[in-house]
Write a protein that binds this ligand. Structure first.
Ligand SMILES: Cc1ncc(COP(=O)(O)O)c(C=O)c1O
Length: 365
C-alpha cells in the first residue's frame, strides 16, 4: 500500500469547486496584491490567533526577516535561536545583519531550551527566536521570564504551528510577534508562497506593513527603504477557504498521532510527547529510534513516504559555517539528527493506513 508523507491532492479535490470559484473571482477583480482577500485573511487570522494585527507578507522567511527588522534589530545585535529547525529561521537573522547564536533544544519536545538561552545571553542579545517545531509550542513562559526583565524581544517562529496553543493562548500571540508560513505543505497553506506576522504591538505592525511594500504607508510616499513582500490575492483566497477547516484538521492530526503513539509501543521507539497545557498540531509526526536507518529502509521498500527532519541541522551546513564563527556543540540536536524519522501525517490519513505504517515500522526492528 503506497502512502505519501503528505497528501495535498485529495485535500484540493475535496475543496476544488469552492477554490476555483474564489480564484476566478480574485482574478476577475484584477486586484492581485494586498486587496480584499488579503485584508479579510488578515482580519480572520488576527481573530483566530487573538491578536490586534496580522500582516500578510510574501512568505514565512520574510515574516521573520521583516519582523526582526521592524523591531530595529541589525548589525551588532545577537539573536538566539535553535538549529533544530528549517534553515530559514537562521537565514532571516542573517538577512538583518545581526549575528545568529544557536543553542540546544530540550529533548522531550525538541524546542529551544530556556536554560541554554539564559546561558547564551550577552550584552548584545537583542532577541530570541523560538521555533514551535513540528507544531509543538516552545516553553514561552520560561522564555518570557528570561527575556522581559532584560528588554530582549521574542519573535515566535510559528511556521509549523498554525493553531497550536500554549496555556490557552494561540502561538503567535505570546511573544512580541509571531511568524507563519503558508508554504503548501503547512497545516494552513496556499498553492504558492505566503506568510503572515501577528502582533499586539502597534509599532511593530506599522513597521512590517511599511517594510513589506517598499517602505510605503501611503502609496507614493517612501518613508523607509523596504522590500517587495506582498501577499497575493489568489493565495489569500485559497488560504481563507482552508482556514475554515483548520481547527477540524488539527483535531484529526491529533487523533492520528494518538493512534500512532498507541501502535508504536516498542523499546526502540520514542513517540512524540505533548507538554501539559499545550495543544500540539502535528505538522509533522516524528519518532526517534536508535535504529532509524533500518526503519527508513523498511519504509522505502514499502513505498511509504517519510523524511528525516532534521538529519542535517543547519548549524552544520556550509552556509552556517560562515555565519556562526565557531560552530557550537549542540549535543541534543546532534543526537536527534541521527535518530529521527517523520511518518505520514495529514488530515485525510485513514486508520488502516496508520496501522500499515506502524506494522512496517515495527517489522523493521
Ligand atoms: C520553522 C520554519 N521557519 C521558517 C520557514 C520559512 O517559511 P517559508 O518557506 O514560507 O519562507 C519554514 C518553512 O518551511 C519553517 O519550517
Amino acid at each position: 500500500m503506497e502512502i505519501p508523507l503528505i497528501d495535498l491532492k485529495s485535500e484540493y479535490m475535496a475543496l476544488r469547486e469552492e477554490m476555483l470559484a474564489s480564484i476566478d473571482e480574485a482574478l476577475q477583480s484584477m486586484q492581485l496584491f494586498l486587496g480584499p482577500n488579503v485584508r479579510a485573511l488578515e482580519a480572520e487570522w488576527a481573530d483566530f490567533c487573538g491578536v490586534g494585527h496580522a500582516i500578510g507578507v510574501g512568505d514565512g522567511t520574510d515574516a521573520l526577516h521583516l519582523g526582526l527588522r521592524a523591531m530595529g534589530i541589525g548589525r551588532g545585535d545577537e539573536v538566539i535561536t535553535v538549529a533544530w529547525t528549517f534553515f530559514a529561521s537562521i537565514e532571516a537573522i542573517v538577512h538583518t545583519d545581526a549575528d545568529p547564536v544557536v543553542v540546544d533544544i530540550e529533548p522531550d519536545h525538541f524546542c529551544i531550551d530556556p536554560k541554554a538561552v539564559e546561558a547564551a545571553i550577552t550584552d548584545r542579545t537583542a532577541a530570541v527566536l523560538p521555533v514551535h517545531v513540528y507544531g509543538h509550542p516552545a516553553d514561552m513562559d520560561a522564555l518570557k521570564a528570561i527575556c522581559e526583565p532584560r528588554g530582549i524581544r521574542i519573535l515566535e517562529d510559528a511556521a509549523q504551528a498554525h493553531g497550536a496553543r500554549y496555556r490557552g493562548a494561540a502561538v503567535g500571540s505570546i511573544g512580541d510577534g509571531g511568524c507563519f508560513s503558508f508554504y503548501m505543505s503547512k497545516n494552513l497553506a496556499g498553492y504558492g508562497e505566503g506568510g503572515m506576522l501577528t502582533t499586539n504591538d502597534d509599532e511593530l505592525a506599522t513597521g512590517v506593513r511599511m517594510l513589506r511594500d517598499h517602505g510605503q504607508r501611503q502609496r507614493g510616499t517612501f518613508e523607509c527603504v523596504g522590500y517587495n513582500s506582498r501577499l497575493d490575492e489568489v493565495q489569500a483566497a485559497i488560504i481563507r477557504i482552508k482556514l475554515r477547516h483548520l481547527a477540524e484538521n488539527n483535531e484529526k492530526r491529533r487523533r492520528h498521532a494518538a493512534l500512532y503513539n498507541e501502535l508504536l509501543c516498542h523499546d526502540d521507539i520514542i513517540t512524540p510527547k505533548t507538554a501539559p497545557d499545550c495543544e500540539h498540531v502535528f505538522h509533522l509526526y516524528t519518532i526517534r529510534s536508535p535504529r532509524r536507518d533500518a526503519i527508513v529502509q523498511a519504509l522505502k521498500a514499502a513505498d511509504i513516504g517519510h523524511a528525516t527532519h532534521y538529519a542535517n541541522p543547519p548549524h552544520l551546513s556550509p552556509a552556517c559555517g560562515k555565519v556562526l564563527g565557531v560552530v557550537p556543540e549542540l549535543p541534543v540536536t546532534e543526537q536527534l539528527a541521527g535518530e529521527v524519522v517523520s511518518l505520514p501525517m495529514y488530515p485525510g490519513l485513514t486508520e488502516q493506513q496508520i496501522a500499515h505504517v506502524a506494522e512496517v515500522v515495527l517489522g523493521s526492528l
